[in-house]
Ligand binder design. Sequence first.
Ligand code: SAH
Ligand code: SF4
Length: 399
Amino acid sequence: MPIPGHIDPVPVPRRVTPRVDGRVDLLGLSKEDIRTSLADAGMEPKQAKLRGKQLWHWIYNRGATDFTAMTDIAKAQHPWLEKRFVISRPEVIEAQVSEDGTRKWLLRSDANDGQGAQDYEMVFIPDADRGTLCVSSQVGCTLNCRFCHTGTMRLVRNLTPGEIVGQVMLARDSLGEWPSTPEGRMLTNIVMMGMGEPLYNFDAVRDALRIVMDGDGLALSKRRITLSTSGVVPMMARAGEEIGVNLAVSLHAVTKEVRDEIVPINRKYGIEELLQACADYPGANNARRITFEYVMLKDKNDSDEDARELVRLIRKYRLPAKVNLIPFNPWPGAPYECSAPDRIRAFSNIVFEGGISAPVRTPRGRDIDAACGQLKTAAEKKSRAELDRLAEEKMAALG
Ligand code: SAH
Ligand code: SF4
């Protein structure tokens, strides 16, 4: 019999699975999971609580990967920890630097985690006043936006919280930004805009971002984190409530016909539904606007009429919005061309005149295929027919 007014505590799900070598990777575990893992390994609960706290500090504030460096943990305990635990990093397969300073890393998941080794990418974009890390949430993407290279990858797998937070750790390692201090750091912002659709890997993305935002560790403010979605409407409210970061939406078109073609998830969740979910997004206000990403495709979505319709839609839903115009970044076999610079300017002006900020994003790292939508590992070239077949398959899977 349920007791009226009584709410059962939500059980903490056990997500801790040891690696193939039997050890548990602490990277990506919540504080709670670190503590229970220590206790499960036989550590006395009170000590597990203290050690858990110390480990958290060493891992996320100091960037330690080696237990022997942890000076406030008794030396005698180091071998005990080493035998049972590791603090991993994604393996770096290749690191490239663009002529504009953008850096791209090809990473490989740890084959020891039992999921098999797979490759994914992350990108760091330095600017005068900030440094932005573009983080992947999946290997590949189950969706197939027609202008996006990642969408042409057949193999897809979700990244684990450890692999997602691992990208941030690796960037900090390579920038030499340990210990973690809020002042003067190069890595100031995170965008979930790498490979994959973050709202199709919601739990892992949420758990990873909670670690990134934790004040005792990496301590990045939610105001400096942006999650971009192609429009997974049913997950947007939860993203606002459970993560609370800034929202970016890959709108890219203002009519059903065009958006159905270029962002196929639109056939499942249409524009009006998507904009309503934006209007309902918790935490969106004039100080924290929703960003609408809009890729500029020649003769596809770039007319004056499209720009006016964009203004009308944003006004209709009274959205605190800004528009980010992204010049299309080409890739081998892509079926579109980028709009001409004066077309992009004209589009931007119309949106500006409608009272909505609409800057044009400067492409970064194009020379190393690090720009928006160019990420793709194992760059085998597919024929038009193969690309079309893949698009069909992914559409069918979308239901
Ligand atoms: N899957 C999420 C996160 C990726 S963010 C999403 O789609 O929102 C990457 C951004 O770059 C998205 O707005 C995406 O639509 C855009 N993009 C993809 N391919 C592109 C290309 N070739 N040129 C410019 N922008 C592109
Ligand atoms: Fe996936 Fe985003 Fe690329 Fe679309 S744009 S295929 S959702 S990564």
